[in-house]
Design a protein around this ligand. Structure first.
Ligand SMILES: [Fe+2]
Length: 264
């Protein structure tokens, strides 16, 4: 599998505090079936410095050397988790912000409360420059979770959705769980990612805990698409494909709908 969203790099943000923890997290990735991870530290476009992108690539190279030295079969690529801000398009133009793994996909962080005023204009500007917007954990944004028509609007304008594995285990709370299931039900998820920050609750071990529920909900073929097929398309810089509606999902729709809305 490939993880497109991870805070595995040491010393940068609220992820791994040192290389020893980074290497333990790498071991967890391998144990859970991953072979590639994109390191995506948090960045604020308005604060980013001229040397950030180059420094990040150097740290990725250093980590890959450590992985080879430790015979850990995992390869890290560079990326960023970019906070949505008016400065984002021009900072992309200036080469200060890194898309995922040298592709044209830009991982944009959803604010936890609400999207900023002017978000649609920002996304249009990014798309107009030839980039693809991958929205990180939209199920964790309260405004979106409470106003589902915004999901439709985002899908309509070509935004891709990355949902966290942990949202399906309830780690981020009841609303995120319910919203992740809603997105799965609607077929609006394009890829799953761990958003790993540490060795415990927010690690690649979440995958083993989440797989049974997700597979029961969307079927094995969709699970394969979201965890392998579409992340591979990001590396190939190809458009991600939408989920299909498998027989399992169609069969449970009515029962599942009753369950879902009973939770509200
Ligand atoms: Fe993140």
């Amino acid at each position: 599998m490939i993880d497109l969203h991870s805070h595995i790099l040491p010393f940068i943000d609220d992820g791994a505090p040192n290389m020893a923890v980074s290497l333990e997290m790498a071991g967890q990735y391998v144990a859970n079936g991953f072979r590639r991870v994109v390191a995506t530290p948090h960045v604020q476009p308005e604060d980013i410095g001229d040397q950030w992108a180059q420094s990040l690539k150097s740290r990725v190279a250093e980590m890959n050397r450590s992985l080879r030295d430790g015979s850990i079969p995992l390869v890290i690529s560079a990326g960023m988790e970019i906070a949505i801000a008016p400065e984002l398009p021009e900072r992309l133009d200036a080469g200060l912000l890194l898309p995922l793994a040298d592709s044209r996909y830009v991982l944009i962080e959803t604010p936890f409360e609400r999207l900023p005023v002017g978000w649609e204009h920002i996304f249009f500007q990014i798309a107009g420059r030839g980039y693809r917007v991958l929205l990180g954990h939209p199920e964790r944004c309260t405004q979106l979770a409470r106003n589902h028509t915004l999901f439709e609007r985002l899908i309509d304008i070509g935004v891709y959705f990355q949902v966290n594995w942990g949202s399906f285990t309830g780690f981020y709370g009841r609303l995120a769980l319910k919203t992740a299931r809603l997105l799965a039900h609607k077929g609006y998820i394009h890829c799953l990612a761990t958003d790993s920050h540490d060795r415990s609750d927010r690690s690649a071990d979440v995958v083993g805990k989440a797989i049974p529920d997700i597979e029961a909900l969307i079927g094995a073929a969709n699970l394969d698409l979201l965890s392998k097929g579409n992340p591979s398309r990001v590396f190939a810089d190809q458009p991600m494909e939408p989920m299909s509606s498998p027989p399992a999902l169609r069969n449970v729709k009515r029962r599942w709908k009753r369950w879902l809305f009973r939770q509200s």
